[in-house]
Design a protein around this ligand. Structure first.
Ligand code: SF4
Length: 231
C-alpha cells in the first residue's frame, strides 16, 4: 500500500487519493539491520537505496535507519525522495546522513504542481522549491533532481530548468514513466527535444542511459524477507 505525500498522475504504484505528511515510525532499525545483513549475504550490491512504496522521508526515524545501514555495510546510502518534506529542517538533517540524495521537481509553478503531483493540501510548490534550495546548501553529498516529463509538463521544462539552475543540483535526471503507469511515457524523440532546456547543467536522461548489468537478482523468497509490514 502506497504511503506518500503526493499522488502523482504517473505513479506506477497506482493512484491513491489519501495522502499524508505525517512522519511516523513503521520499521525499527534493529529489523533493518538484521534483514539487510541477511540480504547482503546473497546480493551483490553497489548502493543501498531507501525508496519503497511511497515517500521515504515519511519514516519518522529515517536518520536512525540510515545509521542501521551504516552498521551493516560500507556501501554508499542513497535516498530517493519527492522533495515534499525538504522544507522541514529535521528532514533535511536526516537526509544529509545519506551519501546520495535524489529529489524531484516536475512543475514550474503551483498550478502545475497541484495538477501533476496532486500533493497533500498542506504542501505548496514555493515551499518545496525553497526546501530543495536549502537542502542543496546544507548537503555535501551527491544531489540529483529528477524531472519526470509527461505530456502534462512537456512545455514547462524551460521553467523547471530555470528553477533548477538557480538551485544548482549536481545532476538533473530527465525521465519519463517507462514503468507501467496511467500516463503515456514520452517517446525518445519527444523527450530529446526538452534536453536543450537544461543546457549548462549535468544532465542524464532515461533514453540516453545503458541498462546496468544486474549481477545477481533477488528471488521472491528474498523479496518476501525484505517486505515490510503494513505502514
Ligand atoms: S512521489 Fe513517487 S510514490 Fe509518491 S505518488 Fe509520486 S510517483 Fe508515486
Amino acid at each position: 500500500m502506497k504511503r506518500c505525500s503526493f499522488d502523482c498522475l504517473y505513479c506506477s504504484l497506482g493512484l491513491r487519493e489519501e495522502k499524508t505528511v505525517e512522519r511516523r515510525v513503521s520499521v525499527f532499525p534493529e529489523r533493518v539491520e538484521r534483514e539487510l545483513r541477511e540480504a547482503l549475504r546473497e546480493v551483490e550490491a553497489e548502493v543501498i537505496t531507501f525508496c519503497g512504496l511511497g515517500e521515504p522521508t515519511l519514516a519518522g526515524n529515517l536518520g536512525e535507519l540510515i545509521g542501521a545501514v551504516r552498521k551493516v555495510s560500507d556501501l554508499p546510502v542513497a535516498v530517493l525522495t519527492n522533495s515534499s518534506l525538504m522544507e522541514s529542517a529535521e528532514v533535511r538533517k536526516e537526509l544529509t546522513l545519506a551519501d546520495v540524495v535524489k529529489g524531484k521537481l516536475d512543475a514550474e509553478a503551483e498550478e502545475r504542481f497541484v495538477k501533476i503531483n496532486r500533493p497533500h493540501p498542506s504542501l505548496q510548490w514555493r515551499k518545496v522549491v525553497e526546501g530543495i534550495g536549502e537542502f542543496r546548501k546544507e548537503f555535501g553529498g551527491e544531489f540529483a533532481v529528477e524531472v519526470m516529463v509527461t505530456p502534462h509538463n512537456l512545455e514547462a521544462c524551460g521553467g523547471i530548468a530555470e528553477v533548477l539552475r538557480a538551485i544548482g543540483p549536481d545532476e538533473v535526471q530527465v525521465n519519463t514513466p517507462l514503468r507501467p503507469s496511467p500516463v503515456r511515457p514520452l517517446r525518445r524523440e519527444e523527450l530529446e527535444r526538452v534536453l536543450g532546456s537544461f543546457e549548462g547543467m549535468r544532465v542524464r536522461w532515461v533514453y540516453g542511459e545503458e541498462k546496468p548489468e544486474v549481477r545477481r537478482r533477488v528471488g521472491f523468497c528474498r523479496l518476501r524477507l525484505l517486505k515490510r509490514d503494513e505502514f
